[in-house]
Design a protein around this ligand. Structure first.
Ligand SMILES: *Cc1c(COP(=O)(O)O)cnc(C)c1O
Length: 391
């Protein structure tokens, strides 16, 4: 695979060009201007002694392959894989672990990943220790003789805590651990963990990569061919693949990733500053704010702050009022779309987490998560202003 021609660290110079000219953007047989949707489950063997490149769509489909090569190129890895959802990507990746093995996971991990680890993988004898990954000593302290992997998510969801990716990864390598990072919030436009040595990057492509709230998908990228080989075996063996229609839709969305991220980030910065100045908001979480505790580390490993702003309105009662009064954002689970999405982690994405655990992790009853879309920021601020008004 010719995906490692990436220039130096954090080079954004050719990113937009790569988004448009990723290798399969023109169909070689007809010259068509987009990747054809190969809606086929199986492929004819012209010569049974010489099997074709594609033989069955679970094992390989040309539309999905174009997407898989695309994400590998953007992340700078050896090989990419596409799955039916972000959770399909995450659960398939965790199947690298065997019964009796242990994984160290960031404590404010995505709610679905928390549920997978605590109620499904735990049954299969895979042990998890959750730690505050902003503290390297806690990560080190969690090491056991059976530890196999470290799982990061930075910025974390929904409190946007920052993990020092290089520090954790370097320590993990000294201890022969596999490093995995959920890069959903930043996308390869702002953050490319493989450049920091991370072994496997995961995306819920349902979010910013797809970008239009119309496709559910997951992606992984392996740093090396050998990890890629293992992930391929799992994707094919578990059958967690993405279908050709959804693969095509995701490719279509990804082409505009840079312009969407740039615009949403400018607006998110304005929204975060506006919220930060209000006396009736008890906390604002956004890595771009001067007083964000992880800002310096974030700037070392990323080139942007993203489009998600979380804030605490003080109480569950007030949060519910705001959710009822906003007019513009979709009030929903999910994030990373052209339309703004306001969500209520305590009752939506993190409902699977016990109340005590949520409280410990700062996911209070007054916390709202705003994923800033492409609307005019003045309209979004005016709308939130009226929703926050006490009546
Ligand atoms: C949404 C999300 C997931 C899960 O992805 P699905 O596509 O919903 O299965 C995983 N990680 C993060 C950070 C997410 O936001």
């Amino acid at each position: 695979m010719s995906n490692q021609q990436d220039s130096g660290k954090h080079s954004q110079a050719d990113f937009a060009t790569k988004l448009i000219h990723f290798g399969s953007e023109i169909d070689r047989t007809t010259g068509a201007s987009s990747v054809p949707i190969y809606q086929a489950s199986t492929f004819h063997h012209e010569d049974v002694f010489n099997p074709p490149q594609y033989d069955y769509s679970r094992s390989g489909n040309p539309t999905r392959q174009a997407l898989e090569d695309y994400i590998a190129l953007l992340e700078g890895g050896a090989r990419g894989f596409a799955y039916a959802s972000g959770m399909a990507a995450i659960s398939s990746t965790f199947m690298l672990l065997s019964s009796g093995e242990h994984v160290i996971v960031t404590e404010d991990v995505y709610g679905g990943t928390y549920r997978l680890l605590t109620s499904i993988l735990s049954r299969l004898g895979i042990e998890t220790t959750f730690v505050d990954m902003t503290d390297l000593d806690q990560v080190k302290g969690a090491l056991k003789p059976n530890t196999k992997a470290v799982y990061m998510e930075t910025p974390s969801n929904p409190t946007l805590k920052i993990t020092d990716v290089a520090a954790v990864t370097n320590w993990a390598k000294e201890n022969d651990l596999i490093t995995i990072l959920d890069n959903t919030f930043m996308t390869p436009y702002y953050q490319r963990p493989i450049e920091q040595g991370v072994d496997i990057v995961i995306h819920s492509a349902t979010k910013f990569l797809g970008g239009h709230s119309d496709v559910l998908a997951g992606l992984t990228v392996a740093r090396t061919a050998s990890i890629g080989h293992q992930l391929k075996q799992l994707q094919n063996g578990l059958g967690t693949v993405l279908g050709p229609q959804d693969s095509w839709l995701l490719i279509r969305g990804m082409k505009t990733l840079k312009v969407r991220m740039n615009q949403s980030e400018i607006s998110a910065g304005k929204l975060a500053s506006w919220l930060n100045e209000r006396k009736d908001i008890s906390a604002v979480f956004y890595p771009g704010l001067i007083d964000h505790p992880g800002r310096e580390i974030h700037e070392k490993q990323s080139t942007g702050y993203g489009a998600v702003v979380s804030f605490d309105v003080g109480s569950g009662e007030r949060a519910k009022k705001v959710l009822n009064k906003v007019q513009i954002p979709l009030v929903a689970v999910s994030l990373g779309a052209v339309e703004s999405i306001l969500s209520y982690p305590a009752m939506m994405s993190h409902a699977a987490m016990p109340v005590e655990v949520r409280a410990e992790r700062g996911i209070t009853d007054g916390l709202l998560r705003f994923s800033v879309g492409l609307e005019d920021i003045e309209d979004l601020i005016n709308d939130l202003n009226q929703a926050l008004q006490e009546d």
